[in-house]
Design a protein around this ligand. Structure first.
Ligand code: HPA
Ligand code: ZN
Length: 329
């Protein structure tokens, strides 16, 4: 669906399509334990978040040079632009690369090469959000923030991702305080597989401005009331929820109930190469499976721009919102 939208929940490593994975593997002399792209695609059957993360981290082995990260980002931006994405706030996972001997500079400079021309080449404005892996230690997160210091002019904020259950947000209090002191915006994954209490903790302890996923807020009426009152944006990822089995089928997704409750929902793709669709595909899928009408789709698109970190250019935000209002379905 080409409705203009911002993508606020997108892991750049999760945009690695099998074809590009094999191309980069050949370029870098990396052996992949899959015969070809078809065999690899057959591995895209996930039981839960962890079973996906295992493959997600395994395939990152092909990302080694600045050019690899540049090619990855350009491929994503081209696909996103074709699906109506006008603005993208892009997550990356530096610890997963540092662990393989790929430096912070390689990742940020490589992504930066694609991002700096994105507005001109793809018509997509961009920001970068650096995520900490919550199944790694708090010390490792602090070291990662330290390693990012030379690149802070290119990083708008910090996030928290990877295996959620057993790794509550409070583990990262110190690094989020340090990030805030550096002027970084704060978001965190919470309530994807973890309980509603993790959402509360992300708000109260980490001071986040948006919740990534947040699906399980629906189990706590008091939390829903708070999220509605404070207009806390939720970056939902419907196709991801089905593939990772947090909802059984798309027709059961709570998105319509969440909109009815007055929650500030957005629709995003998470890891589109793995979950069967980019941002426009996610919009189209919820339109069909959940029967969302034009005004609900327009609300989701407006929310995406209202929730985006565009404070440095309110004129741009206003232009994007006007485009949403003028869109003809
Ligand atoms: N959840 C948590 N961590 C992640 C995800 C996700 O959907 N994608 C990439 N890292
Ligand atoms: Zn995610």
């Amino acid at each position: 669906m080409s409705l203009p939208k911002a993508e606020l929940h997108l892991h750049i490593e999760g945009t690695l399509e099998p074809e590009l994975a094999f191309e980069l593997a050949a370029r870098n002399g990396v052996e992949l334990p899959y015969a070809d792209t078809d065999t690899l695609r057959k591995a895209y059957r996930f039981e839960d978040l962890q079973s996906f993360l295992n493959l997600y981290y395994e395939l990152m082995a092909v990302l080694r040079t600045e050019r690899d990260f540049e090619d990855l980002a350009n491929a994503y931006l081209a696909r996103a632009a074709a699906q109506g994405v006008r603005h993208a706030e892009i997550f990356f996972d530096p610890q997963a690369h540092l662990a393989r001997g790929v430096e912070m500079g390689t990742v940020v400079e490589g992504l930066g090469r694609a991002l700096e021309h994105s507005q001109a080449v793809h018509g997509v404005s961009t920001q970068l959000i650096m995520c900490f892996l919550r199944d790694e230690s708090a010390e490792s997160a602090l070291e990662t923030l330290e390693a990012a210091k030379p690149y802070l002019d290119r990083i708008v904020g910090v996030g928290l991702d990877s295996a959620e259950v057993g790794h509550p947000p409070a583990k990262f209090r110190e690094v989020y305080e340090a990030a805030a002191a550096m002027g970084l915006r704060r978001v965190a994954h919470a309530g994807e597989e973890g309980p509603p209490e993790y959402i509360v903790e992300a708000l109260d302890v980490l001071g986040v401005e948006r919740i990534d996923h947040g699906l399980r807020c629906m189990e706590s009426p008091t939390l829903v009331e708070r999220l509605v009152r404070d207009r806390v944006p939720l970056t939902l990822c419907p196709l991801s929820n089905v593939r990772l089995r947090t909802v059984d089928v798309l027709g059961d997704h709570p998105l319509p109930a969440m909109l009815d409750a007055g929650l500030m929902c957005t629709v995003n793709s998470d890891d589109p190469a793995y979950f069967g669709g980019y941002a426009g595909d996610n919009f189209e899928a919820v339109r069909v499976a959940l029967g969302l009408g034009e005004e609900q789709l327009r609300e989701l698109a407006r929310n995406s721009f209202l929730a985006s970190f565009l404070e440095h250019d309110e004129g741009l935000r206003a232009r994007y919102l006007a485009e949403v209002d003028a869109y003809e379905f």
